[in-house]
Ligand binder design. Structure first.
Ligand code: ZN
Length: 451
């Protein structure tokens, strides 16, 4: 592990871009000196000049699908893509791998599959499913950062959704353990049309109305109030729910929400018929909804940004038939998140410091990893991204390190390019030599940090 000095005119420290020199030793930042002009004898200096240095991103919503569906993605390919996108820690979702991470045994199988194969640090979410209440405490003891549940079918049989009464059993347990419950919040009802085989995006959008999310979120606020379990809504799409979330937060309930690049970038009006690369659940909604999500971020109602990278084998996207009902729902963007969001942020007057708060600091707090991750500060891990905010590029599938290259961002022009990514002081990605084979150095992080 190298000891060196990192210098830049623009390092994000305590929310401000600062001219500084940081000494990295033993994989951590050990000192920060503003406007340092002095020499650092005996240490190599990495001077990145005007390039911005941001804390490494913590993407706490990623589906790597290993073991069991490794033909969809995998720890090796997924974390390599993450590193190229400036992500230094990711948290893998408990479903789409087989077995699902809903038992201690499933958790151990996943830990075994990930060991020695990750280019970023990594952690796991556990799952709450009907009948696994007796597993929760043991899984928390083995280090999951929290638990996920679905309020509607998840898309895979091995991860069934929970009822309100399942949650009334599980949430007091999670509250006692002090870990968050993260929720896929869509509550289906009879009044919505059954999805038909369809190439029209409008048909798909209609089948998952905003009401599904709004009803689910109201139910979760009520459960949060009664149990005091920390609740976090994943991939919020309906801007109509913002008012209720705002009230819950004003009431000081332990309640938060995240959204994703696709909800902040695309709009239902522009999705071409048959373009199933855009299919995800909840769905991408109208442009008016998208702008309100940005307002929700700016106003502090939404506090996190994550990729929800959820790829599948390309055949399952049914790209040729373009059938929205039959296609797998999930969007690939792990490698592109920072550039996608910077492109949208810049246009709306949002700063890099705000973006970094949503993509590094807030996710570290949610996952209990903030002692080591999420900020550039003395004592934290030397995880950082060297970023060129004014460079632009066009998304070309061949430059993606995801296992499969299907993404709705293909051909998009994005602002801001990751030049280098460092994990605990080691370079894990360099745009000048993107295909260099590197030894995977990622470590497993239990809630709270390293063992
Ligand atoms: Zn997801």
């Amino acid at each position: 592990m190298a000891n060196f000095v990192l210098k830049s005119r623009r390092i994000l420290i305590q929310g401000k871009l600062t001219d500084a020199a940081l000494v990295v030793q033993g994989g951590r930042f050990i000192s920060i000196e503003q406007n340092a002009q002095r020499p650092f004898p005996g240490l190599d200096v990495l001077d990145v000049g005007e390039r911005v240095v941001l804390p490494g991103l913590l993407d706490c919503h990623v589906h790597l699908n290993e073991p069991g569906r490794t033909d969809w993605e995998g720890f090796e390919t997924g974390t390599r893509a993450a590193a190229a996108g400036g992500v230094t820690t990711l948290v893998d979702m408990p479903l789409n791998s087989i077995p699902a991470t809903t038992t201690v045994e499933g958790q151990r199988r996943k830990a075994e599959a990930a060991k020695g194969r990750c280019h970023t640090d990594y952690a796991f979410w556990g799952g709450v499913v009907p009948g696994n209440a007796h597993e929760l405490e043991h899984m928390a003891a083995e280090g999951v950062v929290g638990f996920k549940c679905f309020l509607c079918p998840s898309g895979v049989d091995e991860f069934p959704h929970v009822s309100k009464s399942d949650l009334e059993g599980a949430m007091p347990v999670l509250a006692r353990l002090g870990v968050p419950l993260i929720v896929h919040a869509e509550l289906e009802d009879e009044a919505s049309p059954t999805p038909k085989a369809s190439r029209a995006y409008a048909g798909y959008l209609e089948s998952r109305p905003r009401r599904f999310e709004d009803d689910a979120i109201r139910m979760m606020i009520d459960l949060c109030r009664r149990t005091r379990c920390r609740v976090h809504i994943v991939h919020l799409s309906s801007a109509d729910a913002l008012e209720d979330i705002k009230k819950a937060r004003a009431e000081a309930l332990p309640f938060s929400a995240e959204t994703c690049p696709h909800y902040l970038t695309f709009s239902a009006e522009e999705i071409p018929d048959g373009a199933t690369a855009y299919k995800c659940a909840p769905p991408i909604r109208e442009a008016e909804n998208r702008e309100r999500l940005w307002e929700g971020l700016k106003g502090g109602v939404i506090s996190l940004l994550v990729s929800d990278h959820s790829p599948c084998a390309p055949a399952l996207k049914k790209l040729e038939a373009g059938d929205f009902r039959a296609a797998w729902g999930g969007i690939s963007s792990l490698q592109l998140g920072l550039s996608i969001l910077w492109t949208g942020a810049k246009r709306r007057g949002v700063s890099l410091a705000q973006l970094s708060g949503w993509m590094a600091q807030a996710p570290a707090l949610l996952t209990g990893l903030s002692r080591r991750k999420g900020e550039i500060a003395v004592g934290r891990d030397a995880d950082f991204v060297v970023f060129d905010p004014d460079a632009d590029f066009v998304v070309e599938p061949k430059a993606l390190r995801h296992r499969h290259k299907v993404t709705p961002y293909e051909g998009q022009k994005l602002m801001g390019q990751v030049a280098q990514t460092f994990l605990r002081g080691d370079c894990i990605f360099d745009a000048k030599n993107p295909n260099l084979t590197r030894e995977p150095r990622g470590k497993f992080l239990p809630r709270g940090g390293y063992p």
